[in-house]
Design a binder for this molecule. Structure first.
Ligand code: C2E
Ligand code: MG
Ligand code: MG
Length: 734
């Protein structure tokens, strides 16, 4: 059986690809040692002198090899943890005390044979305990119980049983027992061999994440009995010799030392974990910079160091710089998130290099960084300019070099610069908000700029809030309505469609341009409700026109859709539902989206666009040419046409460059089978050039400004559409 077990363990690595190989070879070698030891033992116990030790000379190294084998498995799996090691030592000390005092020392006291042999016989169970401990540690690193593991554990427990039996008879004066006492060893060989042969053996050493170790009942079950041993042994040792008492005392001291080490380790680990989680909560994992939470604390701390009143600008003050990277989304979009991450790390590095300590550099959002420092205005301005310069140097991203400029908003607690509300105390939140506002201002002035906050920006913010409030009311009370602008065939002036444009006249402020309130509606999220209303109202109108037979099958209405609306995955469902409700065919609706939608597209937006297209509604890119106008975007997205921005139409007839641009757009659209509409056509000259360039459909003041539904019906449907058709009919029949 032992031979078979040795063969099995040596074969395991090849048979089941159990890697690493060495624990199995060590186990095989251990088995071979045991076998030789067992064969020599009956002979050697009869001898005296060194020969009496021959059996043990093989068995003891066998245990060592076996321990090394199990340690090898453990190391391959997860490494040995400090806690596990100390726990193991506690159990070992307990077991050592018990075996030494109860088995080894009584056996050694027996006369007529070498003491070493007796002592060893008493100590074998201790070796087994060490093996069991190693195996149990292995168990702590996994959750499931594999058959190979269970078999291995059984094998070693049987070994322990056999050795215990021998130790007990050894203490009573015998070195060999009846054959029955060898049965555990036979079974042990069988179990270990079977473990090596089972396919699950490959998983024993496979590296695994160590599950979080809590102070579990299982652990207590192993450790508590060991800790009780010294106390349990006191009455037994009390009437024995001095040596026994010294051993017990030494064991007790060792146990206390280990418990102490265990407590220290636990406290230290706890503190380390605490620090780690504190770091995680206050730092950005990507760049390692402090996050918003820590920044806010730091700004508050800085604020507490300067006088609460606004300081004159020559005095040191608290300064907050809010940075946002221009075009970061484009990098993410073109080269992937990994490249984006790389860029952010690089920007973080440059910022940290440029900004002198002790100023804090924090990352507060996707591509947003904040610098907080104490200093004079002059120093801060110099720093901002240095940051601008440093960040604008090209960055290697994937295979390309990109230039990323930051937009920076600056605010400080100085009197001249930042009239932060004198009434309220300046807070970290207020400073960050103001710096953010200034950054937005810098961005809207163009890329790569920096702006200092001033009170008029507050004014603007307040105005926005007021408009938002009024708009909410307007939507609820039906103050919004739609105007329609005809879209015509350039050559004939014949009506082909219309664009629905929202109008709002506030009772106090008078008419407000959608160019003003639509962005506010976008920011506040109100756009969803407004968009729903626009679509519904448009479809109601189209349905009414169709019912009155004022428009035909091929008449369509354009509806403007904001980027934010396209981020709502339920939009296609809502559009489909509205079409059904008003019984308007999909072909009668064109959605106008902006180029930015395609550039900043997320997976959600992409899905929404595709779902909309699948519904059968057409989609055109509004204000085409003002954004990135990349061919790739047009090809990747399911758009059906483009609307040339009026800034290009403006220059037609006078500006050769605009003409070239329109020509290029037409060529590209023809190639991609996209429709082209020119918007903002104001003069017959523009109309002529457009026609010559191959544009067939247009919209603009030349034909009509956007007008109310009633006026549109009067002027474009009742008066015109019907008449030419009847004359045509008449002409055809005559
Ligand atoms: P847009 O979609 O590009 O609409 C065309 C704008 O150009 C309209 O301005 C229209 O009145 C104006 N326009 C038309 N022909 C001419 C022309 O010949 N010359 C000049 N100078 N201008 C012309 P409007 O109505 O002020 O709308 C501004 C923008 O507001 C729209 O630009 C659109 O982006 C947005 N918008 C309007 N209605 C809605 C809406 O219902 N939903 C959404 N999300 N946005 C809307
Ligand atoms: Mg439009
Ligand atoms: Mg437009």
């Amino acid at each position: 059986m032992a031979l078979a077990a040795v063969a099995a363990t040596l074969a395991a690595p090849r048979l089941h690809r159990a890697t690493p190989h060495h624990p199995w070879y060590l186990l095989g070698a251990a088995g071979a040692m045991f076998l030789v030891g067992a064969l020599l033992r009956p002979w050697s116990v009869e001898r005296t002198g060194w020969q009496a030790l021959l059996g043990d000379a093989f068995t003891v190294p066998g245990y060592l090899l076996m321990a090394l084998s199990l340690a090898g498995l453990l190391l391959a799996r997860s490494g040995i943890q400090r806690h596990a090691l100390i726990d193991g030592l506690i159990v070992c000390v307990g077991a050592a005390l018990a075996t030494t005092l109860l088995l080894a020392m009584p056996a050694a006291a027996i006369d007529g044979r070498p003491q070493v042999v007796s002592v060893l016989a008493g100590l074998y169970p201790l070796f087994d305990v060490v093996l069991v401990l190693l195996l149990v540690s292995l168990a702590f690193t996994t959750t499931g119980r594999r058959p190979a593991y269970v078999l291995l554990l059984c094998g070693i427990l049987l070994l322990l049983a056999g050795d215990l039996a021998y130790a007990i008879i050894g203490a009573a004066g015998h070195l060999t027992g009846g054959r029955i006492i060898d049965v555990p060893f036979l079974l042990s060989c069988t179990a270990i061999g079977a473990a090596a042969l089972h396919p699950s053996v490959a998983g024993l050493s496979r590296a695994a994440a160590v599950p979080v170790q809590t102070w579990s009942a299982r652990r207590l079950l192993v450790i508590v009995p060991a800790m009780v041993v010294p106390f349990a042994l006191i009455p037994i040792v009390a009437h024995k010799g001095t040596v026994e008492r010294i051993v017990l005392t030494a064991g007790g001291v060792a146990m206390v030392a280990l418990l102490f080490a265990r407590a220290v380790a636990a406290v230290r680990d706890y503190a380390a974990a605490q620090l780690r989680s504190e770091h995680q909560a206050t730092h950005d994992p990507l760049t390692g910079l402090p996050n918003r939470l820590m920044l806010a604390r730091e700004i508050s701390r800085l604020l507490s160091t300067v006088p609460p009143a606004q300081t004159p600008s020559a005095e040191p003050a608290v300064w907050v710089l809010f940075l946002d990277l221009d075009g970061f989304k484009l990098v993410n979009d073109s080269w992937g998130h990994e490249a984006g991450d790389h860029l952010l790390v690089e920007v973080a590095r440059r910022l940290r290099d440029t900004v002198p300590e002790p100023a804090m550099v924090a990352r507060v959002g996707g591509d947003e960084f904040v610098v907080a420092r104490l200093g004079t205005r002059q120093e801060t301005v110099t720093l901002v300019e240095r940051i601008m310069e440093r960040l604008s140097a090209p960055v290697q991203v994937s295979s390309a070099e990109v230039v990323i400029t930051p937009s920076i908003g600056v605010v400080g607690t100085t009197a001249g610069m930042a009239p932060v509300p004198a009434v309220a105390a300046v807070t970290a939140e207020a400073l960050m908000r103001d710096a953010d506002t200034a950054m937005y201002r810098a961005k809207s002035d163009g890329r790569g700029r920096w702006t200092e906050f001033d009170a008029s920006m507050h004014e603007r913010v307040r105005e926005r809030v007021e408009i938002e409030l009024a708009l909410r009311q307007a939507l609820a009370t039906g103050q919004l309505h739609l105007a329609y602008q005809p879209i015509v065939e350039l050559a004939s002036g014949k009506l082909v469609g219309a664009e629905a444009l929202i109008r709002w006249s506030d009772p106090v402020r008078g008419p407000i341009s959608p160019a003003v309130f639509i962005p506010i509606a976008e920011d506040s999220g109100l756009i969803a409700a407004i968009g729903r209303w626009v679509l519904d109202e448009t479809l109601r109108q189209v349905a009414a026109w169709r019912a009155d037979e004022l428009v035909g099958e091929d008449f369509w209405v354009s509806v403007n859709v904001s980027p934010r609306q396209l981020r709502d995955p339920t939009l296609p469902g809502k559009v489909s539902e509205a079409l059904e409700r008003w019984d308007v065919p999909q072909s009668s609706v064109v959605l106008e989206i902006t180029e930015s939608v395609m550039i900043d597209a997320s997976t959600v937006t992409d899905q929404v666009l595709f779902d909309l297209r699948r519904l059968g509604v057409k989609m055109v890119v509004d204000d085409f040419g003002t954004g990135f106008s990349a061919l790739g975007y047009l090809r990747r997205h399911p758009v059906t046409g483009v609307k040339i921005d009026r800034s290009f139409v403006d220059g037609l007839g006078t500006d050769a460059e605009d003409e070239e641009i329109v020509r290029a757009v037409v060529a590209m659209s023809t190639a991609l089978k996209l429709t082209v509409v020119a918007e903002g056509v104001e003069t017959p000259a523009q109309q002529d050039v457009l026609s010559a360039l191959g544009v067939t459909v247009g919209q603009g003041h030349l034909w009509s400004v956007p007008v109310s539904a009633e006026e549109f019906t009067e002027r474009w449907l009742v008066a015109l559409a019907v008449v030419p058709e009847s004359t045509q009919d008449a002409a055809g029949s005559s």
